[in-house]
Design a protein around this ligand. Structure first.
Ligand SMILES: [Zn+2]
Length: 474
């Protein structure tokens, strides 16, 4: 019987069919998401923020055994929508699918699989409801606790009722263990162990009776904690499975802070909007896919494109043209940030050819020199020859050191401090670039008549930088 936006009953098949029907109700939503008039950037945000949570409630109130078929169907609909919207290859490789499903902070695209989180969701929901369930059983079996008897009125109050001690009520225990909920919990525990949650985890009881002992008082936040462990396990599994050093470098670089900020950017103004072709290209880069299908076997420089899908980001033939244009665009963008924050900037003319740092920045308290570089961690030099890319932001750090040795002397002679502004092609900002961004944010807070929150300003800056870069890459 459908009730309270879920379904209850003993006929499992009827419940399974009802869940599948709930998934099919989303046909129109997915149709709208893949509609050509909706930009890809907005479509993916709507998919993640609005479509994916649509069935969250069901994962909390219905056991995975009832929901599984519906979750498989829903996950497939989500995947097909992403593939069609971004014109990704179909079928998508297992590695790319795993990356798509990982959280953004771990280097993925945040398109989580409901099937994989359903056991944790149900388990966590029952843990919250446990004291109420125990209390109800206690009332049914008329077994008063030794001290105070929990009553229905205490169950409906804001604080959970004190649980009776299960071991002291054999009748209550018999009833509890015969309920379908105990069987569903047992399935969840088995399933959580299968996905890799260790038996020794303090969150996971060895069996159902222990569940009631462990969570009889109720426990909040279990779904989140278990999901985090499951995501970390997928991340570790993917990292270990990735043998190709270029793919490994890409995976590590996509997991650094801010590298996925463009996926969270709401296109609320033209400068924050990414065209469909650029957005799809950025997703392809993040998933380790080539920039387009049917590439020739080799680049003009002789590099084999099949083994290095992101070769064009490190091709020596493009250095003088596209790479230089991208560099100049970033310098201008940072300069415009500084000016909008109330500082002055002098950009060195091009004919100096790198003999001086890219720009002089006049802050209220000091003068800084800044030199910009975009570096590609999955270039064979960083990922194979030197292994620098095996450390998060290691590639950016190596360029920071090189720039210090080149420009520190100039900065010292001019009484200025020097900041290498290094950005990785996957979106990561070098540590010193992050410090510099904070410095601009501080300046904005000091000089503006209407200072905005420093964190808001700096976050916007980083997002803009990443978006600008994506545009420049195309
Ligand atoms: Zn090349």
């Amino acid at each position: 019987m459908p009730t309270l936006s879920g379904i209850i009953g003993f006929d499992t098949q009827v419940m399974v069919d009802w869940c599948l029907a709930q998934v099919n109700l989303h046909d129109r939503l997915f149709g709208a998401i893949i509609h050509p008039s909706l930009p890809s950037q907005s479509a993916l945000l709507i998919l993640r923020m609005s479509a994916l949570p649509r069935l969250d409630y069901l994962t909390r109130v219905l056991p995975p055994s009832v929901l599984n078929a519906a979750m498989v169907s829903f996950d497939a609909m989500v995947l097909q929508s992403v593939i069609r919207k971004l014109q990704l290859p179909s079928p998508l490789s297992d590695e790319a699918q795993s990356l798509l499903r990982l959280p953004i902070r771990m280097g993925g695209c945040g398109i989580r699989s409901l099937l994989s989180v359903a056991p944790a969701a149900y388990f966590g929901a029952v843990a919250i409801a446990a004291p109420f369930i125990l209390n109800t059983i206690n009332l049914f079996t008329h077994a008063p606790p030794e001290d105070a008897s929990p009553s229905l009125s205490s169950a409906s109050s804001s604080s959970p009722p004190p649980p009776p001690s299960p071991l002291s009520f054999p009748l209550a225990l018999t009833l509890l263990y015969s309920l379908p909920i105990s069987r569903h919990l047992s399935d969840c525990i088995t399933n959580l162990k299968q996905v890799g949650i260790p038996s020794s985890s303090p969150l996971l009881p060895p069996n159902t009776p222990d569940f009631w002992v462990l969570y009889g008082n109720g426990k909040r936040g279990l779904q989140k904690r278990l999901s985090q462990i499951i995501h970390t396990l997928s991340y570790d599994d993917l990292r270990l499975k990735t043998r190709d050093p270029l793919a490994k470098a890409q995976f590590i670089a996509c997991g650094v802070k801010h590298s996925g900020s463009w996926l969270n950017t709401v296109p609320s103004s033209p400068e924050l909007f990414l065209m469909d072709a650029h957005f799809a290209l950025a997703v392809r880069l993040r998933l380790g896919l080539p920039p387009q299908e049917k590439l020739p076997l080799e680049c003009k420089c002789g590099a084999v494109l099949k083994t290095d899908p992101a070769h064009f980001l490190s091709c020596k033939l493009l250095k003088r043209t596209i790479v230089t244009a991208r560099h100049d665009m970033l310098v201008r963008q940072i300069a415009s940030f500084v000016r909008s924050a109330g500082g002055s900037v002098f950009i060195e003319p091009k004919y100096l050819e790198g003999k001086r740092a890219d720009a002089q920045i006049y802050f209220t308290s000091d003068i800084s020199l800044m030199d910009v570089q975009v570096t590609h961690p999955a270039a064979p030099y960083y990922a194979i020859s030197t292994n620098i890319a095996s450390t998060p932001l290691g590639t950016a750090r190596s360029r920071e050191i090189a720039k210090h040795s080149k420009y520190d002397k100039q900065a010292k002679s001019e009484g200025a401090s020097f900041y290498p502004f290094v950005m990785e092609t996957y979106g990561g900002l070098g540590k010193e670039a992050s410090v510099f961004v904070q410095k601009i944010g501080k300046l904005h807070a000091e000089t503006s008549s209407f200072p905005i929150n420093r964190n808001t300003f700096t976050t916007k800056m980083v997002k803009l930088l990443v978006l600008r870069y994506r545009r420049g890459m195309h």
